[in-house]
Design a protein around this ligand. Structure first.
Ligand code: G6P
Ligand code: MG
Length: 217
């Protein structure tokens, strides 16, 4: 029986995944690394430093720890700048309604984002009170695909993993949810998310009737 829904943030509730891409692309251009949206799929859901490592490996670049920290800080400053100019209308259509509908069905609602900026984003969007528990990149040791973030979210929500349904746009996130023993809805392209129990292309496409289908998967 599903008792809780846990949402990823970037690319599921709001289009900040695009801002992460723009900021990484800007850094890649500066470093002379060829970086495409396809490459960016590998960065989704993983931590800032791990993302930078992937980007550097694409360009066969090696940097000292200090240089890496400076690059990660630079990317983050650009990302924060995009985010600070974001409007509440940038929440994906249907996301807020879905959260309300799930809550009306007595389901607990959690947020599990590897981003250290998650609290800032949900505050700016004025949705921080829509969640019964929030776990972000500051609270975990291992980012997705490790299940840690989802296990912690379940614990905070007072449910066991098999009672949770996760909404994820990243391949690493789908893997993390399944490794946690949870059901998972992939939000995005089938080719990247095929491991999920169900794939929808946008969050607004999720119907409450899918809950019953997913319970018997
Ligand atoms: C999320 C995004 C990733 C991002 C990571 C860290 O998981 O999907 O693209 O790299 O968070 O975000 P941060 O805001 O801490 O740099
Ligand atoms: Mg995401």
């Amino acid at each position: 029986m599903i008792r809780a829904c846990i949402f990823d943030l970037d690319g599921v509730i709001v289009d900040t995944a695009h801002y992460h891409f723009l900021a990484w692309k800007r850094l890649a251009d500066e470093l002379g690394v060829n970086f495409t949206e396809h490459d960016n799929e590998r960065l989704k859901g993983v931590s800032r430093m791990h993302s930078l490592e992937i980007l550097l490996s694409l360009g066969d670049i090696s940097l000292s720890k200090k240089e890496k920290e400076a690059m990660a800080d630079k990317k983050n400053a650009w990302f924060v700048d995009y985010v600070d100019r974001m409007a509440p209308e940038e929440i994906f259509p249907g996301a807020k309604q879905l959260i309300q509908d799930l809550r009306a069905k007595d389901l607990k609602i959690g947020l599990a984002s590897s981003s250290k900026n998650a609290a800032r984003v949900i505050h700016l969007l004025n949705i921080e009170h829509d969640f019964d528990a929030v776990v972000d990149g500051n609270m975990i040791r291992q980012s997705k695909p490790d299940p840690e973030i989802f296990l912690l979210a379940a614990e905070k929500l007072g449910v066991v993993p098999k009672q949770c349904l996760v909404f994820e746009d990243a391949e690493a996130g789908v893997e993390a949810a399944l490794a946690a023993g949870m059901k998972c809805v992939g939000v995005g392209m089938e080719e990247q998310l095929r491991k999920a129990d169900k794939v929808i292309s946008k969050i607004g496409e999720f119907k409450l009737s899918f809950l019953r289908e997913l319970e018997v998967v």
